[in-house]
Ligand binder design. Structure first.
Ligand code: NAP
Length: 315
């Protein structure tokens, strides 16, 4: 049996559907049934049920967005840092392998090759980078799992949410046997306030940036593939390979959904942060090469976006 924590959430639901589709027996445990945030309760449950694998899709994301985490720092730390550490220690005590839904939001920017040398650029909105991003995307390299997070408490500024996620990865590394699966800006074909493609359509103005992103089902499927193939434990960037600009996403929405609305963009970072956001946002490119090298298949990002928009299911 596989134990699923956080199965009621946006990402947990995708795991539940994928586990069902694969006919893998699992238990979707709610906090109400067993308070798995408490070490003794979780350990007791693990001892009696002896799952072969644990999935942690629980966490505190802040609603409607990460700004809410700045006002609920204790909850953010409890859900995103203390809970994974509790699970890591309980699983390690019984030598149970597990997977944790981490986030790619612990990075900012990308590695850019300019004049033959590579450097990290944290801000991809700089006007001098537009040409490289558009005309030579092969010169934009994503962060790999061995690159230290650069949008974290150790290398700020960062949002409190991102800091709490980076701290969790650091804390669980080396404790027992675990995967840290980095998810980034989930989207799929189901219109929902949590879906990136829905958010882009509903924003008063769009923030133009560059990102690697994850199709929700592709993400859950790739994570389970890693476990089923018995891939080496450790950190994996689980994004659809490649990256997209928000303008590309808007163009694809225009092509497939033909919305009546004309999309407007924030004129600058300054206008965005003065009007629509409080805490800094992570925008970044991740390298999915380690995931692909295990043999796990995942669609390139533009294909996943086009498929989602072609199959769009309005709310
Ligand atoms: N959605 C994203 O954009 C995104 C992007 C990257 C990474 N992630 C990560 O993915 C994980 C799941 O996110 P989600 O979007 O599915 O979140 P969500 O929809 O808000 O669901 C959160 C889940 O976590 C459970 N939970 C357990 N302890 C919690 C606590 N202390 N505070 C809040 N919830 C707690 C909730 O259970 P109850 O039913 O008991 O409340 C619920 O099942 C999180 O670790 C998040 O950091 C999400």
């Amino acid at each position: 049996m596989i134990l699923l924590l956080g199965g009621s959430g946006y990402i947990g639901q995708a795991f539940a559907r994928e586990l069902e589709r694969r006919n893998l027996p699992f238990k979707n445990l709610s906090r109400r049934e067993v308070d798995y945030t408490k070490f003794d309760s979780l350990l007791g449950f693990l001892k009696s049920e002896q799952p072969e694998f644990v999935i942690n899709a629980a966490g505190f994301t802040g609603k409607p967005n990460v700004d809410a985490c700045e006002l609920a720092k204790a909850d953010t730390l409890a859900g995103n840092t203390l809970l994974p550490l509790t699970i890591a220690n309980a699983c390690a005590t019984l030598d149970i392998p597990w997977g944790h839904v981490s986030s790619g939001c612990i990075y900012s920017g990308a590695k850019i090759v300019l004049n033959g040398s590579e450097r990290v650029e944290k801000d991809l909105t700089k006007s001098e980078l537009r040409g490289v991003i558009k005309q030579s995307p092969e010169n934009i390299h994503g962060f790999t799992e061995t690159d230290a997070p650069n949008f974290s408490f150790r290398d700020g500024p960062c949002s409190f949410y991102s800091g709490s996620k980076a701290l969790a990865e650091e804390g669980i590394a080396g404790v027992g046997r675990s995967y840290s699966w980095r998810l980034r800006i989930p989207f799929d074909e189901f219109d929902s306030p949590r879906n990136y493609l829905s958010k882009v359509q509903r924003y008063a103005k769009v923030y133009d940036n560059v990102n690697s992103i994850s199709h929700r089902r592709d993400f859950a499927s790739a994570c389970l593939d890693l476990w089923q193939r018995r891939a080496a434990f450790g950190i994996y960037n689980v994004t659809n390979p490649g990256f997209v600009t928000t303008r590309q996403v808007v163009a694809l929405i225009g092509k497939y959904l033909k919305p009546a609305k004309r999309f407007e963009y924030w004129a600058s970072d300054a206008e965005f942060y003065q009007t629509a956001a409080k805490t800094p946002r992570s925008n970044c490119v991740l390298d999915a090469g380690k995931l692909l090298a295990t043999g796990v298949k995942i669609r390139p990002v533009v294909e996943a976006l086009e498929d989602s928009l072609r199959d769009w299911k309005p709310e």
